[in-house]
Design a protein around this ligand. Structure first.
Ligand SMILES: Nc1ncnc2c1ncn2[C@@H]1O[C@H](COP(=O)(O)OP(=O)(O)OP(=O)(O)O)[C@@H](O)[C@H]1O
Length: 232
């Protein structure tokens, strides 16, 4: 890792543990995890089902709070934020891509993409411009007024990616973004994520089961029982 990367991580986790109570006993999903993600990295996190991948992503997004330890993302120590501050912080810094797209069926592609901008101070005109740019970036400028049911799975996920980038966030977190797609659509989404990383310098953290998807990232880490396998 270069000195610059050490100086400028987008994510730093220090001794992060996340514990749930299940059936009266404490279960550690993430155990004493410490690592940094340098700015501009495209990282894939792999690991068996239940190993804590989604939990880790949610901790980085400020959706889940760790039981102990500290999480610094984009220069902010997340445990210091109230729920309201966290929502505003997340809107500014995090774009999230879901396995099942999570589009709202009664809204058009453009309206879905515009949703994260509700928490910003942009004017209506500026919001429309951002939406157009995001949909153009994912190659769906001609589908702005289509509803999710009028789109293929691959196109729906491209709308999902447009929604994740519309506010120009610091980091994109993608939880199994290709899990519901056929090989060709999956490749399109991975190519798109790689482009956003390369051309726009977005830091991307992608959770995936699929080794072929993980290969498209610059760096792969394996999570096993809440512990991250670190490079030699
Ligand atoms: N809110 C919760 N309450 C209790 N247990 C939880 C909660 N959220 C997650 N868990 C447990 O934590 C463990 C890790 O879950 P997580 O979803 O992070 O794993 P994962 O690696 O993403 O799995 P998958 O690949 O199946 O999505 C699981 O055993 C899960 O049941």
């Amino acid at each position: 890792m270069s000195d610059a990367a050490m100086v400028d991580p987008v994510v730093s986790l220090h001794n992060v543990t996340k514990t749930y109570i299940r059936g009266g006993t404490e279960v550690s999903v993430i155990r004493d995890l410490s690592f940094v993600i340098p700015a501009g990295t495209f990282l894939a996190i792999m690991g068996p089902s239940g190993s804590g991948k989604s939990t880790l992503l949610n901790v980085m997004a400020g959706i889940d709070r760790p039981t102990s330890g500290s999480v610094v993302v984009a220069g902010t120590r997340l445990e210091q934020l109230s729920e309201g501050e966290m929502a505003r912080w997340r809107a500014r810094h995090i774009g999230y891509v879901f396995q099942t797209y999570n589009l709202i069926p009664v809204l058009t592609a453009a309206e879905n993409v515009e949703l994260p901008l509700a928490l910003t101070h942009l004017t209506r005109r500026e919001r429309a411009d951002h939406v157009k740019t995001a949909l153009r970036l994912v190659g769906l400028a001609d589908r702005m007024d289509h509803y999710p049911r009028q789109l293929s799975g691959g196109q729906e996920q491209r709308v999902g990616v447009a929604r994740a980038i519309v506010s120009d966030p610091t980091m994109i977190l993608a939880d199994e973004p290709t899990g519901n797609l056929d090989r060709e659509s999956a490749d399109d989404i991975l190519t798109l994520l790689a482009r956003l990383n390369r051309e726009l310098g977005k830091t991307i953290v992608m959770v995936t089961h699929d080794p072929r998807a993980a290969e498209r990232a610059q760096m792969i880490r394996h999570l096993e029982k809440g512990l991250l396998e670190m490079p030699p």
